[in-house]
Write a protein that binds this ligand. Structure first.
Ligand code: ZN
Length: 117
């Protein structure tokens, strides 16, 4: 069984190119796409290619995804004329606002964004 692909998951379908999305960046481990309903002038989703539900579900060896998410966020922030400030948000679980149950981070940038705390 291929645990990397869940046929009912929209992000797995995007990664498999079965559903189209605006792809911003891609590495062996991750893909970054534009959010179709942006909440900031720049709103990307950073998604591990392997189907993992949320942070609570990560196996020990899968925590490398958290570092990879940080690495690609840094690259996105530094790819323009000047470094972008950004917010990185992971909703992990339904009660935290997660609605697509394939782990992903929101990369938000472009305006002065409110702090959460
Ligand atoms: Zn998935």
């Amino acid at each position: 069984m291929n645990t990397h692909f869940d046929p009912s998951c929209i992000f797995c379908k995007i990664i498999a190119r079965q559903v189209s999305a605006r792809i911003i960046a891609e590495t062996d481990a991750l893909i970054a796409i534009e959010d179709s309903a942006p909440k900031a002038p720049t709103h990307y989703l950073i998604i591990p290619k392997e189907h993992v539900r949320d942070i609570q579900s990560l196996m020990n060896e899968q925590f490398d995804y958290m570092a990879e998410i940080g690495r690609i966020a840094q690259q996105l922030a530094l790819c323009g004329d000047k470094p972008q400030d950004f917010k990185l948000v992971i909703n992990s679980g339904f009660n935290a606002g997660q609605r697509v149950f394939h782990l992903h981070a929101h990369y938000l940038s472009g305006d002065q964004l409110p702090g959460l705390v």
